[in-house]
Design a binder for this molecule. Structure first.
Ligand code: NAD
Ligand code: DAU
Length: 354
């Protein structure tokens, strides 16, 4: 048996593929366009593994996807591929519309053709799991209850709007064509292999390089953080036992303001890799211009996936963030390798005004 993963060279996708092949020998076909966020080196430990087939290509290439599906006959597609960074969507929304909306549409068409031609047992067993985000629900006020699966969609950034559109397309393919789909809406992930344009890895990398730690606005925006391996276990759980056509919220029950996250990272670095001058990394914090349209608070109510499927996170934030900081300290060559010229150009553009 085989599963087909899109975006499996990115942060969550590569963690998923590595965990999957560590836990079983069911083959993975991994289709990734290797954008700036995709990194084949995340998969180096799978070199020579006959259960991993990496294909460099675009989800929007329906002919390629159709050929791969026909050749490998997967029992499931796990769709991670996306443009994922909110700040980049503000600078250039076009790529988000292209990959997250048009690309997902083309992927759906290729899957519909493949699935429609399967014999009845394989057709009934087939699953498409669409990996989405809590950002589609918009922003919560301070005391509002956490997002449930029935919370209205109110996306506020080009990124979240494009993800919302992809969720709607996936839903429509289930409703209209009967495609057997499952959708997960997850909160902020953190952990190993996280590209250092996102808050937590950016803070770790900048702190060690002696650079400013740029906190947007007042730093009191709240996110709900989940260790990436826990997201991967939730996806495996939904794939195995999720009810067709349902959506499942995934979160860590761990709401924290950004400034507290940055303080935690600094304190861990002070303990594990103190500065030579003995001064705390907290002194590198710099408040910078806020993100336009910045969502104030996300919070996930993950009781449905717990109640129906028995999933809950294994890591606390304290254990997960310690592992994460330690991973970055142990892997300086990975950090160095992802900080290419293109990465440096992005950082210069994004933080230029401050
Ligand atoms: P990422 O940006 O690290 O990785 C995305 C991967 O998709 C990269 O490997 C990239 O090369 C690939 N890709 C991009 N466009 C492609 C295309 N057209 N065809 C094929 N591959 C393409 O993203 P991530 O953080 O790993 O997120 C993975 C998924 O999870 C996304 O759908 C994202 O919306 C969702 N998600 C992310 C988070 C989070 O906190 N990072 C939380 C909830 C949901
Ligand atoms: O909620 C799930 C989403 O989490 C995913 O769907 C997205 O793909 C993922 O990128 C993430 O989006 P965020 O915008 O929440 O993540 P980011 O790491 O970019 O920012 C986290 C918070 O930190 C946010 O409030 C903005 C703030 N921030 C971010 C950066 C990069 C800063 O204060 N300074 C920074 O330099």
């Amino acid at each position: 048996m085989t599963v087909f993963v899109t975006g499996g060279a990115g942060f969550i996708g590569s963690n998923f593929v590595l965990d999957w092949l560590a836990g079983c020998d069911e083959a993975v076909v991994n289709l990734d366009a290797l954008t700036y966020a995709g990194n084949v080196h995340n998969l180096d430990s799978l070199r020579g593994n006959p259960h991993h087939v990496f294909v460099h290509g675009d989800i929007g290439d329906a002919a390629l996807v159709g050929r791969l599906l026909a050749e490998h006959r997967p029992r499931a597609v796990l769709h991670f591929a996306a443009e994922s960074h909110v700040d980049r969507s503000i600078h250039g929304p076009g790529a988000f519309v292209q990959t997250n909306i048009v690309g997902t549409f083309q992927l759906l068409e290729a899957i519909r053709a493949y699935w429609g031609a399967l014999e009845p047992a394989a057709r009934a067993a087939f699953r498409l799991l669409h990996v989405s985000t809590d950002e589609v629900f918009g922003s919560l006020s301070k005391d509002a209850p956490a997002f449930t699966e029935t919370h209205p969609y109110e996306p506020n950034s080009p990124y979240s709007a494009s993800k919302a559109a992809s969720d709607h397309l996936v839903r429509a393919y289930h409703h209209t064509y009967g495609l057997p789909v499952l959708t997960t809406n997850c909160s902020n992930n953190y952990g190993p292999l996280h590209f250092p344009e996102k808050l937590i890895p950016l803070m770790i990398v900048n702190a060690q390089a002696g650079k400013p730690l740029p906190v947007y606005g007042d730093g009191q925006q709240i996110r709900d953080w989940l260790y990436v391996k826990d997201h991967c276990s939730a996806i495996r759980c939904v794939l195995a036992r999720g009810r067709l056509g349902e959506t499942y919220n995934v979160g860590g029950w761990n709401e924290m303001p950004n400034l507290e996250i940055v303080h935690t990272v600094c304190d861990l670095l002070d303990e594990l890799a103190p500065r030579a001058d003995g001064i705390s990394y907290r002194t590198q914090i710099s408040f910078v211009t806020d993100r336009p349209g910045h969502d104030r608070r996300y919070a996930i109510d993950a009781s449905k996936i717990h109640r129906e499927l028995g999933w809950r996170p294994a890591e606390t934030f304290a254990s997960g963030i310690r592992k994460t900081v330690q991973w970055y300290l142990d892997n300086p060559q990975w950090v160095q390798q992802v900080q290419s010229g293109a990465y440096r150009e992005w950082v210069a553009q994004q933080y230029a005004a401050n």
